[in-house]
Write a protein that binds this ligand. Sequence first.
Ligand code: CTP
Length: 216
Amino acid sequence: MQLLVTAGPTREYLDTVRYLSNASSGRMGYAIAAEAARRGHKVTLVSGPVELPDPAGVDVVRVVSAHAMLRAAVALFEECRAAIMAAAVADYRPATRRDQKMKKRRRSMSIQLVPTEDICAHLGRDKGNRIVVGFAMEDHDHHEHAMEKLRRKHCDAIVLNGPGNVGGESGEIEIFRDDIGWQPARSGTKAQLAGAVVDLVEDLIATGRRDAGIPF
Ligand code: CTP
């Protein structure tokens, strides 16, 4: 099966050297890509800037900004059966990117930000009978916010995780499936959690095929 995985943060540059970003290490997305490849899937990983080596057997496309991640993901999704959206995409970018380093001044300044494109929602809208699995990073009203994201982004399932998971080697996730509802929470190393996410994707694809009357 051909799968697309997004991972890592994006960087949204203000000038030639400064950017907005977040603390995502990319570990979860890389672990998912590695596990899917280990099971024999053909995996393309679209990755923001992270300090991780390419997982074995995975095609890695490295990007910097949300816009570049969108372009790569949209093009690659054409050939894929499912997309797993583990990236921590910046929600805003500076309205302008200066082509010279801004000089320091002794007064306050404000930066105008504009929303970035929502890659997961974009793929969800155009998915047809393909599978889109989103992630939800929440620190309050977790279930409510995760379910709202699943609907808004047309996901088949959403993986809920909290800020405690960012950057670490292990964590806890809860999965909401549009067809079944909430699944029991799981905790473990990111490799173990990745196994649960790949199980989910394989099951969603199998369920879709069964519903369509296609032998699996
Ligand atoms: N996502 C995306 N493109 C964006 C923002 C988010 O593809 N511009 C994806 C993430 O990869 C994740 C899901 O959407 O799969 C939810 O991301 P999250 O950061 O939890 O939520 P946001 O939509 O950014 O909303 P908020 O920050 O308000 O919680």
